[in-house]
Design a protein around this ligand. Structure first.
Ligand code: B12
Ligand code: SF4
Length: 449
């Protein structure tokens, strides 16, 4: 490859990870992917640094960070909503440094051609990154050829149009072999940006993937890469998960652990072993995400005993038929009501997720969501304006039906908001729903969509 400096014998090449975030968005900032990849590199003796790039920061800050850290590799982890922001920064780093610029995460995985066409990135990583990135950095340190590292697609090093598309390597078979996240990497960045997001560093995962196939979610796209959602879905050993939590709780006593598994494994022997382990370490506070179908009075009782204080469940929409047919969520109103009632009866706080501004939604359908969600009596409701996610069936539907937002380079939205075109929903109703569900900062944008 052209560009990166040859590493010296004494110092291994440093990787500067770039975390894209929006300090006004509560969902932003901490990336378990970066913390995991940095831990893998660290265990092998390679240094990592972090630059937290707020959407409003001037581009030169990332260039200065790359120069300051003498990074041989500048690595972006990109979710689709932050792609417009990422590609600007990639361009700046390519123009301002000689580092090898790479990108991974859901967006490069689902839109590899677009990422290569719309930015001067040197290489992108598709799918899981642990072993691929480690091999890339090892080869760079040894001054060896990079172009055939599996999972990576490389831009032609001779500056031509050719792309080297390497095949995927197998999935990590044993998640327990992956080291715990390097959460300390985020500490310095937090000080610099002044964003106190200590809590977000408590994200733990029991596993990867999910066995359902909702049409708005990228889970199916990830499964498709690896021969199906079943193959992609893996869980860590319960003892390993409890061990990570015990270490976190020792360091940050009293803080809440967030399981980010989209469907926490509540059934069978896995959960029984996990719950025993959690009780042994004093049942530290944690929260989970769950599907309503798997909630039973017995399971939520055991969850509560294990230390769980909150369960969040995706309701998504107030109209059962729309939920089933458009969103691919075969979940009846009665099942949802039972799940919320059972969780409350067990003494858990409940959180409901839903969306507005969905494809072909009407004012009446949005009103149904505004009626149904409060009727469940959740302790919190998190509503989002629908974002068509590459990797999901609904993104494909929006593309085919001409509903995708057109984002020209000069229209990059700093707020990472990508509203689709609506054919049957009035801007006034969308704005009203944003006010109703207190979606910060979005009602003005929705009214103008
Ligand atoms: C934890 C999580 C979060 C966390 C952390 C977000 C973050 N910045 O990482 C929080 C709660 C903050 C969050 C927020 C959001 N999230 Co989220 N989140 C997840 C979740 C549940 C797990 C991701 C994770 O950490 N996995 C563990 C790590 C180790 O694996 P990984 O992320 O898959 O990364 C691997 C590879 O992708 C690769 N990789 C990743 N980055 C890089 C970089 C390099 C250089 C390389 C080589 C490799 C590489 O290697 C990693 C290890 O194998 C996934 C769902 C899922 N099951 O994947 C959704 C998911 C990533 N989120 C998603 C979305 C859309 C969001 C939000 C936009 C939601 C919203 N509307 O507000 C926000 C965006 C916030 C932001 N701008 O960062 C989508 C992304 C889809 C897409 N096409 O981009 C997903 C896939 C869920 C979905 N519904 O489809 N999220
Ligand atoms: S939305 Fe949740 S339950 Fe549905 S497919 Fe995605 S991860 Fe699975």
């Amino acid at each position: 490859m052209q560009g990166p400096r040859r590493p010296t014998r004494r110092r291994s090449p440093a990787t500067l990870f770039v975390q894209l975030f929006d300090r006004h968005d509560a969902f932003s900032y901490y990336s378990p992917a970066i913390a995991t990849l940095a831990a893998v590199l660290g265990r092998a003796g390679f240094r990592s640094r972090l630059h937290a790039a707020d959407v409003r920061d001037p581009d030169r800050l990332v260039v200065e960070a790359a120069r300051r850290s003498r990074a041989a590799v500048v690595a972006f982890s990109i979710l689709s909503p932050s792609w417009p922001h990422a590609r600007r920064l990639i361009r700046a780093v390519k123009e301002g440094t000689r580092a090898l610029v790479i990108a991974g995460g859901p967006h490069p995985t689902f839109c590899p051609e677009e990422v290569l066409a719309q930015s001067p990135v040197d290489a992108i990583c598709l799918g899981e990154g642990e072993t691929a990135l480690l091999e890339l950095v090892r080869r760079l340190a040894a001054g060896r050829r990079l172009l055939d590292v599996r999972n990576f697609w490389f831009r032609d090093p001779d500056g031509g149009r050719r792309i080297v598309r390497n095949p995927l390597r197998p999935l990590v078979a044993d998640l327990d072999g992956i080291p715990d996240q390097d959460r300390g990497l985020f500490r310095r960045a937090e000080r610099r940006t002044g964003v106190p997001r200590e809590d977000w560093r408590m994200i733990v995962q029991a596993g990867r993937g999910c066995l359902f196939d909702c049409s708005f979610c990228a889970n199916e796209g990830m499964g498709a890469l690896y021969g199906g959602c079943r193959a992609f879905h893996r869980v860590r050993g319960p003892a390993r998960v409890v061990g990570e939590i015990a270490a976190l709780v020792r360091r940050h006593p009293g803080r809440e652990i967030y399981f980010s598994d989209e469907v926490f494994p509540l059934a069978g022997g896995w959960f029984a072993e996990f719950a025993d382990g959690m009780r042994r370490i004093g049942s530290p506070r944690f929260s989970v995400l769950a599907r309503c179908e798997v909630i039973t009075p017995e399971r939520v009782r055991r969850l509560r005993e294990a230390g769980c204080i909150r369960v969040a469940m995706g309701v998504e929409h107030g109209n059962e038929r729309y939920r089933r047919e458009m969103l691919g969520k075969r979940l009846g109103d009665a099942v949802i009501r039972r799940a919320f009632a059972a969780a409350k009866a067990a003494g858990l706080l409940t959180q409901a997720f839903c969306m507005v501004g969905l494809p072909f939604e009407t004012d009446e359908l949005v009103e149904e969501t505004m009626r149904f969600l409060p009727s469940l009596g959740p302790d919190a409701t998190t509503c989002q304006v629908f974002n068509p996610l590459p990797g999901s069936r609904l993104h494909e539907l929006c593309r085919r039906r001409g509903l995708l937002p057109v984002l020209e380079p000069d229209q990059d939205r700093p707020d990472m908001l990508h509203l689709i075109r609506h054919v049957s929903l009035s801007p006034a109703k969308l704005a009203e729903a944003c006010r109703f569900f207190r979606i910060p900062g979005l009602e003005r944008a929705a009214a103008g969509s």
